[in-house]
Ligand binder design. Structure first.
Ligand SMILES: Cc1cc2nc3c(=O)[nH]c(=O)nc-3n(C[C@H](O)[C@H](O)[C@H](O)COP(=O)(O)OP(=O)(O)OC[C@H]3O[C@@H](n4cnc5c(N)ncnc54)[C@H](O)[C@@H]3O)c2cc1C
Length: 371
């Protein structure tokens, strides 16, 4: 019988979170093998909108979002590339006074918790900031200093950096079986078996399957989230815009195209990884965009796509130790994990290398579902 290949750490899943863990662990001089069933970054990590926001985060995520934003501002230090990161405001508009009151209440809740980055502005200021926003919008919440990056460039940079640090990245290597032997993890991927004391589950929407192989039953829903992009139009927007009362994510790139999303769902078969657009939902998304930015009415959509994302019941990720010693979960980022990706690997690396949790991650324990 062939012996298993030894490593210090095996990572199941080559999205941005698996790559981030690989980079931080390789920086700590551990021998890392990363196993990816398709191609690195093939799923949510390259199909997303690239938003890097603190705005609207659940309170337990805010310290992570703040620390991740610092890393984005200096992302070259981590991966030798700027990943297309640009600083920009994130704005959530209110379309009536009820929505405006809800934004004010949210901002107060955050201030009471000691966070001051969500600023409320009235209608006059909003229309100065966004001259093309619909006349009926009455105000908004603004977070200055957030931003966005290029997901494809980010995946490429994280991948290259991991390889340059000596990480063994195996593509086309689906993890099919996980067992325990003498305190180690035995991980079967394709025709090779790997053995390591540490195993990280970074399998995104498939994280529940890997978790089950590791002995944890963690519920997660796979969603095919959609985005669409328009033809080029004259520049009118430099912020990323959402809405309080409807699902919308909206931004214009330097080349004039406009990216429109808002977590509208297509169809997904998680077993095959196949997805399909849902045209009715895309139309609803386009309607939301036109309602908030009427100038979009005659602009043509040139492309739409889906990305498969793992969404938890409370929409918070699962970050931290598994039930079995030496196992870690890092998945379920629920449609807002791109922004956290430079940091998530450091959190896991700190846990592994110094057995210390330097981050407030109690809210992300899998025990909230499995207890
Ligand atoms: C349309 C869309 C828009 C989004 N917009 C934003 C945004 O603006 N801002 C933001 O912060 N976030 C956004 N997100 C969320 C963000 O993209 C994700 O949270 C993040 O990319 C998740 O990364 P991941 O590494 O956990 O998952 P993935 O990128 O899905 O990686 C997991 C990998 O594990 C692999 N895998 C699964 N099973 C196995 C197995 N058995 N063996 C080996 N490999 C396996 C998969 O093939 C996959 O490549 C968006 C997501 C989508 C879909």
């Amino acid at each position: 019988m062939r012996r298993a290949r030894a490593a210090d750490v095996v990572i199941a899943g080559g999205g941005l979170h698996g790559l981030s863990a690989a980079i931080h662990l390789a920086n700590a001089k551990l021998r890392v093998v990363l196993l990816e069933k398709d191609r690195v970054g093939r799923h949510a990590s390259s199909a997303n909108a690239g938003g890097v926001r603190r705005l609207g985060r659940a309170i337990p995520e805010i310290p992570l979002a703040v620390a991740a934003l610092d890393l984005w501002h200096n992302i070259e230090n981590l991966v030798d590339d700027n990943c297309g990161f640009q600083q920009s405001s994130q704005i959530k508009v209110a379309e009536d006074l009820v929505e405006f009151a809800a934004l004010e209440q949210r901002s107060k809740t955050l201030r009471d918790a000691g966070y001051f980055h969500e600023e409320i502005i009235d209608g006059n200021m909003l229309h100065q900031l966004l001259p093309q926003v619909a006349k009926h919008c009455v105000g908004s919440m603004v977070v200055r200093g957030d931003g966005h990056a290029d997901p494809f460039a980010t995946v490429k940079a994280f991948h290259s950096k991991a390889i340059s640090l000596g990480v063994e990245v195996r593509e086309g290597a689906p993890v099919t079986q996980i067992t325990r032997a003498e305190g180690n993890w035995l991980v079967q991927a394709d025709t090779t078996c790997f053995e390591a004391p540490i195993l990280i589950n970074a399998a995104g929407a498939w994280g529940g399957e890997i978790a089950a192989m590791m002995g944890d039953l963690i519920p997660i829903e796979a969603q095919a989230l959609m985005l669409m992009i328009t033809e080029r139009i004259a520049p009118f927007l430099s912020s990323v815009v959402g809405a309080q009362g409807r699902a919308l994510s909206f931004k214009q790139f330097d080349n004039g195209t406009v990216l429109i999303g808002g977590a509208y769902k297509g169809h997904v078969d998680i077993r095959t990884g196949r997805t399909a657009l849902n045209m009715k939902q895309l139309a609803a998304n386009a309607h939301a965009a036109i309602t908030v930015f009427p100038l979009m009415r005659n602009v043509r959509v040139i492309r739409a796509w889906t990305g498969i994302e793992g969404v938890t019941k409370d929409r918070l990720p699962i970050i931290g130790p598994a039930s079995e010693k030496g196992g870690f979960h890092l998945f379920g980022f629920s449609a807002h994990g791109f922004a956290l990706s430079p940091l998530s690997g450091r959190i896991i690396a700190d846990l592994i290398c110094s057995n210390q949790n330097n981050w407030p991650t109690e809210a992300f324990s899998h025990a909230r579902f499995t207890a």
